[in-house]
Design a protein. Structure first.
Length: 370
């Protein structure tokens, strides 16, 4: 109901303030990408409202941080990074000091960062989540955002340059956004789709058919109703369809996947994590051929589940990292699949001002990022 919506929006606002407040320490908002041209993950973090790009320096063999390029910009909300593989560059979307959607993208030579603060003004003031996605068909990023009308807006590539097409009217029938948004590119549709936590406490799914018509689904996800918290999506190439993880009001992790022409629900395989926090990350493990999801459990540790693969099976392997979040560090994680190392890698804040990258191998190898 409206009470749940108001409570969740208050928690979202508190998390945003936690990212941008000058009184907090550590990078609390993180968005990770895998950069094929660098053969390593890169991360955009937000600490005290300041943006930092953490990237691997092949010349030195260690991670470096880039701050000066964004010194004149303040982030007052979430950030979402995308690697535009066809252009060999990373771009990221964020909420600026004016509460509108902004973007930084690397120049063609990757020698400088360009700022775009004018292309997304038609969405108005951003009132919630931002979710970027790599549109393979165009070789550029797209983005879903909660606009000033509290509805979902989509900006997609238009033409070969840096122009954007804005779609909003076709998405209004899905209702108002009440929380997290997760974007995923679906190869079978040659377009991106989005799952979002609706203001009605339900999980919503919107996708665009090849004829350009947007379709909305929600009834199939009522087994997790009411939602409370994050949503994370991935594309399952074996089933040829998107899949989604979400958290219900009891704090338990749920998984919805497509098989045999319909949605299936798994709400029992993730109890080892207990009540999960307000951060979930998911990827498709290309090496193992199955889904992977990470979350912060009630014990303060990162929990990692792998399984639910395409051969009809839904068995999940579980392990928990020794990493425990200090009380002063907000549990915010992201995950990418590293093609170079053929395994999933998790990025999370560490004590102080650091970031830690864990690989999901047998030993949970950790690397401290700059």
């Amino acid at each position: 109901g409206n009470n749940n919506k108001q409570q969740y929006q208050q928690r979202e606002a508190e998390a945003t303030m936690y990212c941008s407040s000058p009184s907090t320490n550590g990078p609390f908002c993180v968005s990770a990408v895998y950069e094929p041209h660098a053969r390593m993950p890169a991360v955009v973090s937000v600490r005290r409202g300041r943006l930092t790009y953490h990237h691997y320096d092949a010349g030195t063999g260690v991670y470096a941080r880039e701050v000066a390029a964004f010194a004149q910009t303040q982030c007052t909300g979430t950030v979402s990074a995308v690697c535009e593989e066809a252009r060999r560059r990373t771009t990221f979307f964020f909420v600026g000091a004016d509460r509108r959607l902004h973007r930084y993208y690397q120049s063609e030579s990757a020698a400088a960062w360009e700022h775009d603060g004018s292309s997304f003004t038609s969405a108005g003031v951003v009132t919630g989540a931002v979710a970027g996605v790599y549109e393979e068909f165009a070789g550029r990023a797209g983005v879903f955002v909660q606009g000033s009308d509290h509805h979902l807006h989509y900006f997609g590539p238009e033409g070969a340059g840096e122009a954007w097409a804005h779609e909003a009217a076709a998405l209004r029938s899905a209702g108002e956004v009440g929380g997290s948004v997760a974007a995923v590119y679906e190869a079978t549709l040659a377009h991106s789709s989005a799952f979002f936590h609706g203001a009605d406490g339900r999980l919503h799914y919107v996708y665009r058919q090849k004829d350009g018509h947007w379709v909305h689904e929600t009834d199939a996800f009522d087994a997790a109703r009411p939602l409370w918290g994050p949503v994370a999506a991935l594309y399952d190439p074996v089933r040829g369809h998107a899949a989604v993880f979400c958290k219900n009001s009891q704090g338990l992790l749920h998984y919805f996947f497509w098989e045999d022409g319909g949605w299936h629900h798994d709400g029992a395989s993730f109890s080892a994590a207990g009540e999960v926090s307000d951060s979930i990350a998911a990827v498709w493990d290309q090496q193992a051929g199955h889904a992977a999801v990470a979350c912060c459990g009630s014990d303060g540790r990162i929990h990692y589940f792998a399984g639910g693969g395409g051969n009809g099976g839904s068995e999940w392997a579980h392990k928990a990292a020794h990493h425990a979040f200090p009380p002063s560090v907000h549990c915010n994680i992201d995950m990418v699949f590293s093609k170079e190392r053929a395994l999933a890698e998790l990025v999370c804040p560490a004590a102080g001002n650091g970031l830690t990258c864990y690989d999901a191998g047998p030993q949970w190898t950790a690397v401290d990022l700059a």
